[in-house]
Design a protein around this ligand. Structure first.
Ligand code: GYE
Length: 416
């Protein structure tokens, strides 16, 4: 079992062992009495003690119960709550999507340990698979946290549900992973489960979206995009674009297809755009509705906007996939979009398909959000392993792209 210098894991494990010893001695004494009664002689063998100790450790509840938020109540602390894709702690436990274990004929992993040998075990609580951005993000983690690179990855897809992520984190704690990485679906409601990770001595790293926690010692570091800045860049781009088209003073009607409500990518992009709306009194936001960061919901929301308003000038989509759905809805309604169309469509992420959409003349602009966080998180882990300090908040530099650029050339070089 790995020693953790920095996080007090040793102390936690020692305390836990003490508690276990009381239980062990109770069992040993009972066993000895039974043996004496049955045979009149005999003693408890060493390996029996080890067995009982291991069993007692395996049955430790993951954490003490505390007051929980609404979402957290669905995954009570005293229950074993393995993540959907993970095997129970007593068995060999690579999740369906986890990096494969070395060797074909591996012994079952010892209880309470992720069975990683010298590898650093990382549990990644991923949001879901809702968008092209997310797919690229998952791929970045899977290709970085490989056995060749010294890691064992336990991957969990929460299907955009916070309660699933909380269950996954509890399962990672039970499996005694070395690090927990979370891309939180929403910002709030994490305190209890992060306390549990802290008590277990497991460092937590946040990636992509942010958590809103009162005590920032509950996580080691965060790396992701600056969502407010992305929203402001979008507003500035729109102002310039309208100005260049001679529409700087015109009344402009807008709608927004928001991301998952409460996700920091949604919160930040909406806020950034609101800051720019305040600078342009002639811009009117007709309505905002969530498209859950998916193409299907984006299309649905745009259909309803088009039914309610016949004079939409701009649709702001809080990710590219929503824009693809919105574009389908616009065309189905007999309208046009893009630089030569009726409706200006802008979105966030800048995935490859967004470049294709701009080249096709449908999408006007996309504001970049970089999903390739695997290597960035690995760098944070390597620094923590070396006992170095890491920057708590790490923003990734991001650009934007529109149809005035050589999109074919940029697309040819694009990694996601
Ligand atoms: O914009 C979207 C994804 O959190 C930045 O989540 C991420 C967002 C991204 O579903 O496509």
């Amino acid at each position: 079992m790995k020693e953790r210098k920095v996080y007090g894991q040793q102390m936690f494990r020692t305390d836990r062992k003490k508690e276990n010893m009381i239980e062990i001695w109770r069992k040993v004494l009972c066993g000895a009495c039974m043996a004496l009664m049955l045979t009149g002689c005999g003693s408890t063998e060493d390996n029996t003690i080890r067995f009982v100790e291991e069993e007692a450790i395996a049955k430790q509840p993951p954490a003490k119960e505390e007051e929980t938020g609404a979402a957290e109540e669905e995954a009570p602390a005293e229950e074993e709550a393995p993540a959907e894709e993970e095997a129970p702690a007593e068995e060999e436990a690579p999740a369906e999507d986890a990096a494969p274990a070395a060797g074909d004929e591996e012994e079952p992993a010892p209880a309470g340990d992720a069975g990683s040998g010298d590898l650093i075990t990382v549990g990644y609580a991923q949001v879901g698979a809702e968008s092209d951005w997310r797919t690229a993000n998952t791929e970045s983690f899977k290709s970085t946290f490989t056995e060749e690179n010294g890691y064992k990855l336990i991957f969990d897809d929460a299907q955009q549900k916070q309660e699933n992520q909380i269950k996954a984190i509890r399962s990672f704690i039970q499996q005694e992973v070395d690090y927990i990485v979370v891309a939180p679906v929403v910002e709030t409601g994490w305190e209890t489960v992060l306390e549990e990770a802290k008590e277990a001595g497991i460092p937590v790293i946040l990636s992509d979206r942010m958590m809103d926690v009162s005590d920032d010692s509950l996580f080691e570091a965060w790396v992701g995009g600056n969502f407010v800045k992305e929203g402001e860049t979008c507003g500035d781009w729109l102002a310039e674009y309208l100005e260049a088209a001679g529409r700087g003073e015109e009344e402009i009607n807008m709608v927004t297809i928001q991301g998952t409500i409460g996700a920091s990518a949604q919160v930040g992009r909406t806020e950034g755009m609101a800051n720019k709306l305040a600078e342009h009194p002639n811009w009117k936001m007709l309505e905002m509705q969530s498209g859950e960061f998916t193409q299907a919901k984006g299309q649905e929301v745009m259909e309803s906007f088009l039914k309610s308003y016949d004079d939409i000038d701009v649709v702001i989509c809080e990710n590219d996939n929503e824009a693809f759905g919105a574009i389908d809805a616009i065309k189905a309604a007999g309208k046009t979009c893009g630089p030569d169309g009726d409706i200006i469509v802008v979105s966030f992420d800048s995935v490859k398909a967004a470049f294709e959409s701009m080249i096709a003349g449908d999408l006007n602009a996309t504001f970049e959000c970089n999903p390739l966080h695997g290597p960035r998180v690995a760098e944070i882990i390597q620094k923590l392993e070396a006992g170095e300090t890491v920057d708590k908040i790490q923003y990734v530099d991001e650009a934007y792209f529109d149809t005035s650029m050589d999109l074919e050339a940029i697309l040819a070089e694009r990694a996601y």
